[in-house]
Design a protein around this ligand. Structure first.
Ligand SMILES: [Zn+2]
Ligand SMILES: [Zn+2]
Length: 174
């Protein structure tokens, strides 16, 4: 997952690659598929691409393992690290947050791709759309078994409603 800027032809480069990528704190299943278009514009190496991979996450409701497809599209602008940064240039660099820098004649894409994998993760991964989650009383997985806990009783609103209903009955019984 490296690009050598000196080997990019003037009319650009198309790259398809499949490689394993380790992402800290994340279980990436199988290789990451990457499509890249690389162009040289002046000093800049411009990338436009997309990636796809499968990651194993925890269901937000029941904590079961969920395999999720992650896709992400991205652009990046790589420039050589200025050898002797001029003051004006440093200010400019700080203003351009989207610019990454590379040393020598090698752009390592792994950090960019890791970031894109993480950005592509769903906020609330679910094992299935109607996941029933964990029982708040016994902690059992309600997708697998009905535990029989009176989970309604744990909802304070429900208790108030039951009380109201009970009082209503009390009056009518008198
Ligand atoms: Zn679930
Ligand atoms: Zn339960």
């Amino acid at each position: 997952m490296r690009i050598q800027p000196s080997k990019i032809p003037q009319d650009g480069l198309r790259i398809c690659l499949q490689e394993n990528l380790e992402v800290e704190g994340l279980k990436v299943e199988g290789p990451v598929r990457v499509n890249l278009e690389v162009r040289k514009v002046g000093n800049s190496i411009l990338l436009e691409g997309s990636l796809a991979c499968e990651v194993e996450l925890e269901c937000a409701d029941c904590l079961d393992a969920v395999k999720t497809s992650v896709t992400s599209s991205f652009t990046a602008d790589y420039r050589p690290v200025p050898k002797q940064p001029v003051e004006g240039e440093v200010e400019l660099a700080e203003a351009e947050l989207d610019v990454s820098y590379f040393h020598g004649d090698e752009i390592d894409l792994r950090d960019l791709l890791r970031e894109q994998v993480v950005l592509g993760i769903p906020l609330r991964p679910l094992c299935k759309e109607d996941c029933r989650g964990l029982c708040p009383v016994c902690g059992g997985n309600r997708n697998r078994s009905v535990c029989g806990c009176a989970s309604e009783g744990t909802d304070p609103r429900f208790r108030v409603l039951q009380k109201l209903k009970g009082e209503g009955h009390g009056k009518s019984n008198k």
